[in-house]
Design a protein around this ligand. Structure first.
Ligand code: ZN
Length: 239
């Protein structure tokens, strides 16, 4: 990835964040420019023919920041169709950059997979939202403020849809690659007590029940556990 960042966010951390969530897709030809917007809270553009993604971040945003998404299923009404706006709350500017980047990345992957580029906004939002919800625990709420039920927005295999986009390595190889991690104990611990380290080892497979958090050995990121499986921004790792 040819990456540049003109914002005050840390270059190396932001670069690592975007690379991590681009996996397993190839990004050696991709140019990514992160910069401040001219006034909008955020925006993004993907120039597919140039393999270039712009992420524009508002300077004056307050965090946590809540944005409207198009992840909900469209519903038909007597006059046509409509889509409820589901609201996603991100914790900081780097998470907002990640959301915009992933939305634009999915446009790029759709093109790379030889799919029609038209009417993909909802899929791009779902692709980005899934990472923010699964890997960072961001809250997603439906129009009436309830936590959005998973089935109302996550009902299509978005990675399968772009499976023909170039990948860095076969997903089967990636799934078997052990990741060095530290496994820590459950969520019910007292907040004042630091999490107890249960294991530190290369890990690939199913997380034992009752384990709440797995942290990469280099300490750079927390990975949430969903349904007893390790997710690393790209989907469950099979043992
Ligand atoms: Zn878009």
């Amino acid at each position: 990835m040819d990456f540049s960042n003109a914002t005050e966010l840390d270059d190396a951390l932001l670069h690592a964040l975007l690379i991590r969530h681009t996996h397993p897709y190839r990004h050696d030809g991709l140019k990514v420019r992160v910069r401040y917007s001219r006034g909008a809270d955020f925006s993004g553009t993907c120039f597919g023919a140039q393999d270039k993604i712009y992420v524009n971040l508002g300077r004056a945003n307050r965090y946590p920041y809540t944005l409207g998404t198009n992840v909900a299923r469209a519903r038909t009404t007597c006059t046509g169709w409509r889509r409820d706006i589901f609201r996603l709350t991100v914790r900081d500017a780097s998470q907002l950059v990640l959301f915009v980047y992933l939305h634009e990345l999915y446009h790029w992957l759709v093109r790379g997979a030889g799919r029609s580029p038209h009417r993909k906004e909802a899929m791009c939002d779902r692709f980005a939202t899934a990472v923010l919800v699964d890997c960072y625990g961001c809250a997603l709420r439906s129009g009436d403020g309830r936590p959005a039920p998973r089935g109302e927005w996550d009902f299509k295999d978005l990675h399968a849809f772009v499976a023909r986009a170039p990948q860095a390595r076969k997903s089967g190889q990636a799934a078997r690659r052990p990741i060095p991690v530290t496994i820590r104990d459950g969520e019910n611990r007292a907040k004042s007590r630091p999490p107890r380290v249960l294991a530190t080892r290369g890990f690939a497979g199913t997380i034992p029940p009752g384990i709440a958090t797995v942290v990469c050995a280099d300490g750079d990121d927390a990975i949430d556990i969903r349904r007893g499986r390790l997710t690393n921004g790209v989907g469950p790792l099979a043992g």
